[in-house]
Design a protein around this ligand. Structure first.
Ligand code: GLA
Length: 337
C-alpha cells in the first residue's frame, strides 16, 4: 500500500503495514502447523527516500535518529529491524544503494501484536516502491521473516510477517505454514474480536520462546516426525509416553492445530459459540501444556468470560502481552451477555 510522493513530503514514498491479533493457532507456526491471525487497524507507517551507502532512520516514538553503513552488522538496537530488511533483500540478490526513513509506529511494541513484523513489512513495502522492485507480497513477507531470523536474531515463525503482508481487513487469514497456502475467512456478522493489553510487557519472552521451540524439535525427533505438524490426535498415546515436559508441549501443538481446523469450520458456518469454546480450550492448553501464560493474562481471560465474552485467550507468544476476546456486537456496540 504505497502512496505517491507528495503524501510523503520530503520523502519519496510512504508505505504502511498492520499489526495482528492471532485468533487461534499459537506456537504452531514453527511446527509447520496452522494459524488463524487477523490484521489490526493499527498500522506502522514508514516514509522513505533514496540514499547512498547508508541506512538511516528517525523513529518518532523514541524521537531518536540512527544510521548504519550499508551492510554493517547488527548492534541490538531498533535499527536492526530496518537495516535487516535491506540486508535480507541483498541476500536475495536485490541490492539497494541505501535509504533514509521516518517511522511512525502505530502498533505498540511489547503487546504481543507483532509490531516488529509490521515494521519490517512496511519498510520492505517502502523500499519496493522507492526502487521499483518487482516483489510479490508473499516473497516480501518471507524476506521480512529472513530479516528477523537471520539479521535481528529472533527465531520466530512466519505467521506475523505473512499476515502483515497478505492480511485483509476484517478477515481471518487461515494459513498453512508448511505449504504457505492462504485462505481469507470472514468473521460472522454480529461478532467482534476485542483486544486487551495486560500492560505487562513480555518478560523473558525470547528465552522462553526459544526453549519451547527446542522442546518441540526434540519431541518431533523422538517421535520420528519431521515436525509436530505430522502428528494427529490419533498419536496421543505415543505423545503421552514422551518425558515431561515434551509430552505436554507436543500435546499442545497437536490439539492446537486441530482447534484451528475446527475454528475455520466454525467461522465458515457462522458458529461463533463453537469458535469461542475453541478459544477457551486454546487458552487452557497454553496455560497447562505450553506454560506461556501469566496471572495477568489468566485474570483478563476470566474477566472477559465473566462479562459475557463467547471466548477469550492470550494472543501471540505469551509471557505477557495481550488477550483477545470474542464478543457479540449489535449496531457496532459490543454487548456483554
Ligand atoms: C510470536 C512469533 C510467531 C508465533 C507466535 C506464537 O508472535 O513471532 O511466529 O510463533 O509468537 O504463536
Amino acid at each position: 500500500m504505497s502512496e505517491p510522493s507528495g503524501a510523503a513530503g520530503s520523502y519519496g514514498v510512504c508505505a504502511q503495514a498492520p499489526g495482528r491479533v492471532n485468533l487461534l493457532g499459537e506456537h504452531t507456526d514453527y511446527n509447520e502447523g496452522f494459524v488463524l491471525p487477523m490484521p489490526l487497524s493499527q498500522v506502522t507507517r514508514v516514509f522513505a527516500a533514496r540514499a547512498d551507502g547508508v541506512v538511516e532512520a528517525h523513529a518518532e516514538i523514541f524521537d531518536e535518529r540512527m544510521a548504519r553503513k550499508l551492510g554493517g552488522p547488527r548492534d541490538g538496537t531498533w535499527l536492526d529491524y530496518i537495516a535487516g530488511c535491506v540486508w535480507a533483500l541483498a541476500q536475495e540478490g536485490i541490492e539497494v544503494p541505501g535509504a533514509r526513513f521516518r517511522i511512525q509506529r502505530g502498533v505498540p511494541p511489547g503487546a504481543g501484536l507483532a509490531s516488529s513484523a509490521a515494521l519490517e513489512v512496511a519498510v520492505l513495502r517502502a523500499l519496493r516502491a522507492l526502487y521499483e522492485i518487482p516483489l510479490d507480497d508473499l516473497r516480501l513477507a518471507l524476506i521480512a521473516h529472513r530479516a528477523e531470523v537471520e539479521y535481528v536474531g529472533v527465531r520466530c515463525g512466519v505467521m506475523d510477517q505473512i499476515v502483515a503482508s497478505l492480511g485483509r481487513a476484517g478477515q481471518a487469514l487461515f494459513l498453512d505454514t508448511r505449504s504457505l497456502q492462504c485462505e481469507w475467512v470472514p468473521i460472522p456478522a454480529g461478532y467482534r474480536f476485542k483486544i486487551v493489553d495486560s500492560g505487562h510487557p513480555r518478560k523473558l519472552a525470547e528465552a522462553g520462546y526459544n526453549r519451547r521451540r527446542a522442546e518441540c524439535e526434540e519431541a518431533a525427533a523422538r517421535l520420528g516426525a519431521r515436525a509436530l505438524r505430522d502428528l494427529t490426535p490419533g498419536d496421543m498415546e505415543r505423545i503421552a509416553r514422551l518425558p515431561e515436559p515434551l509430552n505436554r508441549r507436543a500435546r499442545h501443538v497437536v490439539t492446537e492445530n486441530a482447534r484451528v481446523l475446527a475454528g475455520v469450520e466454525a467461522l465458515r458456518a457462522g458458529d461463533a459459540r463453537t469458535f469461542g469454546r475453541l478459544m477457551v480450550g486454546s487458552h487452557r492448553s497454553l496455560v497447562e501444556d505450553y506454560e506461556v501464560s501469566t496471572p495477568e493474562l489468566d485474570r483478563l481471560v476470566e474477566l472477559a468470560m465473566e462479562h459475557g465474552a463467547l471466548g477469550a485467550r492470550l494472543t501471540g507468544a505469551g509471557f505477557g502481552g495481550s488477550v483477545v476476546a470474542l464478543v457479540t456486537d449489535v449496531n457496532g456496540v459490543a454487548l456483554a451477555g
